[in-house]
Design a protein around this ligand. Structure first.
Ligand SMILES: [Zn+2]
Length: 197
């Protein structure tokens, strides 16, 4: 049996995190009702973004320009780099609007169980950046999970030769999951109370 276009749309929407099959049906129905004001602009935005998006060759952020808008923002403090696991963590930090330095997105964390080693992450680029004269501090903001801690220790070893201060986001705050799930105040507190590694 051929899958109808609307069923296909619902099946695709159901793959979006936060949307199950039920919410996907509701979203599809809403889009179908708002074809001109929502569905078509959304379709265009998806199409254009899919065509234009790229990974920043410097920090690993996603943007439609390379280097990304964060890397080229002249108002930012270029002496501090915050190392995060995923782009979502970078977005969470940006949402808190408290951190005004630069970022480095690893693209995950070391995991023996999932077979993710140093070569699978954006580590060589970070080591290179750590040796740039303008860089004075690197904040390791990997998660407080076992793998996140392992990643932090590994980075500490790899960056040991660079003339920088290395700090870690404070514990005692619920950095158990992804930064993305923290509210802005918690991110600010974790940054304020960062400690030397
Ligand atoms: Zn960038």
């Amino acid at each position: 049996m051929a899958q109808g276009d609307i069923e296909k749309l619902i099946a695709l929407l159901a793959k979006v995190p936060g949307l199950g099959p039920r919410s996907a049906r509701r979203a599809a129905l809403h889009l179908l009702k708002k074809r001109e004001t929502l569905m078509q602009p959304l379709a265009r935005a998806l199409d254009e973004t899919a065509a234009a998006v790229r990974t920043c060759s410097r920090c690993g952020n996603l943007d439609t320009v390379d280097p990304c808008a964060v890397c080229t923002d002249a108002r930012r403090d270029r002496s501090i780099i915050c190392v995060v696991e995923e782009v979502g963590d970078l977005w969470a930090m940006e949402r808190s609007a408290f951190f005004r330095g630069l970022y480095h997105v690893l693209g995950g964390r070391l995991s023996a169980l999932d077979g993710i080693g140093p070569d699978d992450l954006r580590i060589a680029g970070l080591v290179a950046r750590a040796h740039e004269p303008e860089v004075k501090e690197i904040i390791i903001a990997t998660s407080a999970t076992v793998d996140g801690q392992t990643t932090a220790h590994y980075l500490q070893d790899r960056l040991a030769g660079a003339d920088i201060a290395m700090t870690r986001l404070a514990h005692g705050v619920p950095v158990g999951g992804e930064l993305d799930f923290l509210d802005d105040g918690t991110i600010m507190a974790a940054l304020n109370a960062r400690r030397p590694l």
